[in-house]
Design a binder for this molecule. Sequence first.
Ligand code: ZN
Ligand code: ZN
Length: 251
Amino acid sequence: MRAIEPVPWQSLACGVEGLVIEEVAPGVKRLSEAALLPAERSFFYLVEGAGRDCLIDGGWGFCASLEGLRADPQKPLVAIATHSHFDHIGMLHLAAERWGHPAEAAIFVRPDPTATQALPYLSGRVVLIGGGAIAPASLVQQPCPLHRFVGEGSRLELSSRTLEILHTPGHSPGSLCVLDRTSSLLFSADTVHDGHIYDDIPGAGRRDLLLSHRRLAEVDFALALPGHGAILSRPQFIERIDRYRTERECP
Ligand SMILES: [Zn+2]
Ligand SMILES: [Zn+2]
């Protein structure tokens, strides 16, 4: 059987019609890219407020414009980058203002495929619907330098709701989670999700991840909206944390 020729990254460019858009709570849309196999998709989120909107992460980056996505495109849009991996930063450049942790600032300035973990991940890997791969040499992600360095305790005021930022290192040194107390939602990115939690890649650390998990288990919320996989109730979230500890044979 002949292998399918990898396609250039640029051939995947789309508008918002290339996104899967799901309203998961009032004023909160979960977004992902339809060209990708479901298991390869990352979830990013649009949180709409009365005064401004927030984009939490930016997917792989096939979508070249967010036109048509927001109810009021005149409102300011602030992006929070939970971390600098390639599957979360692709559309961050479309926001006029970006917030993230200083530990990963250099990668947002120059999203080199090795630093973003795109390589070697994408090499020869089937990621597209229909069984295709992406040609690694074609990979180009737009720089998305941070305008504001944020960390534990930072807050983003959207008028009708406030987003609180938690610094939760472990999956990466500058990993952030975002808490919306008004809607009782925790955006947990790659720190807690129901798939494989990477803790053995450059910049990751199991010890830090365990501490971050312990800390997140104390946070009060109803639903966790992760960067991959299913939306988790709080009991499911706690069960995932427990399972991670068991998988890693930690006491
Ligand atoms: Zn990641
Ligand atoms: Zn990810």
